[in-house]
Ligand binder design. Sequence first.
Ligand code: ADP
Ligand code: ASP
Ligand code: MG
Length: 436
Amino acid sequence: MKVLKFGGTSVGSADRMKEVAALVNDGDRKIVVLSAMSGTTNNLVEIANYLYKKNHDGANEIVSQMEKKYYEEVEALYATDKYKELGRELIRLHFDEIKGYTRDVFTVYEEKSILAQGELMSTAMVNYYLQEQGVASALLPALDFMRTNKNNEPDMAYIRENLNPLLEEQPEVQIFITQGYICRNAFGEVDNLQRGGSDYSASLIGAAVGADEIQIWTDIDGMHNNDPRYVEGTRSIAELSFDEAAELAYFGAKILHPTSVLPAKLADIPVRLLNTLDPSAPGTTISGKEIKGDIKAIAAKDGITAIRIKSGRMLLAYGFMRKVFEIFESYKTPIDMITTSEVGVSVTIDNDRHIDDIVDDLKKFGTVEVDRDQVIICVVGDLVRENKGYANRIFNALRDIPVRMISYGGSDHNISMLVSADYKKLALRTLSEKLF
Ligand code: ADP
Ligand code: ASP
Ligand code: MG
């Protein structure tokens, strides 16, 4: 069985939904994971932000605009009166729920429920469309099987135990449609897998059912060798290893959710990145195959904060690093990059929620400097084993750009550099020019 995930653009209008339906309706049994229609989750986030600020007019204005759009899409999607009415009923139901939250107290619990509405609507719309076409499709409610544990990590055993029976109980169903992104947390409350999390849903589902393949359908023909939003003339990469794809996703290649490669890697299921706008393009295949060769791709991760701790006592003090890391751990703040010298250590974080407390605690060990608005530029490929002077080529390309940190040797296929956000575009472009 295959798992196919379609992102927001791929289900962004009635016409796109019809194209998705045609793509998935090939006679094979499968699970289809859908995102919300493009723009919807952003709108829902805005609504929640207004409600936190008790600005009900602001929230209601966006709700009305969205509602109007959804009724129009429903009219365009279905051909028969019966399904048009079912579609309208569906939209009414979900918007009644959203409006229900615009009245009373607003907490993170209500926020999560609002954010879930986009995927609940898109999946129900496509499911009705397939049924109108006479296809044996059914909804597979993600809230019945997708779950995170107390550490906010997917509860793989729970997912497996609850998802597989749903498939077995319905042998007549050809196409299962389920929601990406949404889940329940350890307390059973509605929650989500973070923005862009539908890729993660697909990968978790693929691993849970032991799929033959996980397909991520989006609006571009696979993983490109640089970020197409900033660099012209980027090219699609035919093959990547799981590790290379994971590095690129983690370090900013938006086409994949940062953690979505791991479940597929652990279950050894190939992931294909495909283009809904050009379905016959080969895209990118990610698998356990180690692909020898050159530099594959460049990515950039925004919103990085660098922290330098300088200490005269570092040299002979074993245990210094442990104490530094324990402070980050106590604030549940992961570290991305690390560099050390005789007199100090620099680390980067992308979550600066607890930065003030962290800096306060670090001051016990030395002087602390913080640089905000930094970017990690990450070069991925078969870099270390075959000594082809890649480091030289990379630093030569960046010779006019101030580099704050360098990380090399942590794995065989990654060199990361920290630069100020002002230099991000220039760094991406010159690297593309000089390396490809
Ligand atoms: P979806 O809504 O289908 O999940 P996303 O917007 O999350 O789609 O991801 C696809 C987008 O990722 C592309 O349109 C492209 O702009 C962006 N992107 C960033 N880096 C890369 C890259 N290296 N290769 C391909 N796409 C990338
Ligand atoms: N709809 C969610 C978002 O926009 C999840 C996703 O599209 O992957 O972040
Ligand atoms: Mg995405």
